[in-house]
Design a protein around this ligand. Sequence first.
Ligand code: SAH
Length: 249
Amino acid sequence: MMWRRHFGVRLSLLSALFVAAALRPAIADNDFAAQRRDMVEEIAAVARSAAAESGKPAISAAVTAALARVPRHRFVPPDQEHAAYENRPLPIGFGQTISQPYIVALMTDLMRVEPNHVVLEVGTGSGYQAAVLAELAQSVCTIEIIEPLAVEAQRRLQQQGYTRVRTKTGDGYYGWEDCGPFDSIIVTAAASHVPPPLIRQLKPGGRMVIPVGTAFLTQHLLLVAKNTDGTIVTRQVLPVRFVPLTGGH
Ligand code: SAH
């Protein structure tokens, strides 16, 4: 009798522990979902207050929905998880950063991605921007110059079910000929000039969003549009701060 009671207590304690362990990820994910909703609201507020400068008072519904779906906390190092949904860039190792959510939202919106589009990203980093694009496009090709970052991003994207993203290690200055031509291109590192190979790989009617300027000093986000007749029109959107585009060019 004694033994049975003792055994019963042990068993229920064990099962309680078991249930707690099983619930923990669910609780954490709910918590992150709430943080993600707050992040989306903050992006909307920042977009409103930056409207005069950016010319864009609101982020489109499609981009907002994409940001509300991608688990940003799964794209940052474990010690940054707590800050994943704050509206600021975070370190991802190798001196690189995952961009600030508002900037991700603005750049993605400027690309005007449609469900049948093929898009290119230069600077995979964590893979987060590629995941956001994969929510909107038919396929995403993304290039990263630092191999361990490229490998880790590919693993993450696969694990999160982003099967429409192709990753490659290399110098994105030269684009990715075999993946293109592209409906739009996003460059997430600051270049000294708009790389001509990227202009060539952009479809007529396509758009490129790229920070251009001196490393860590004055940089501007540029929107480069290729008209249907092949002519190029450029507009300065916002002053920004990005890590530099490296490579041999
Ligand atoms: N889009 C990323 C942010 C990346 S930060 C994200 O969502 O996390 C910019 C990235 O560009 C860095 O990882 C850096 O290594 C990469 N990079 C810099 N120069 C590059 C080049 N020439 N070709 C490809 N990637 C480059």
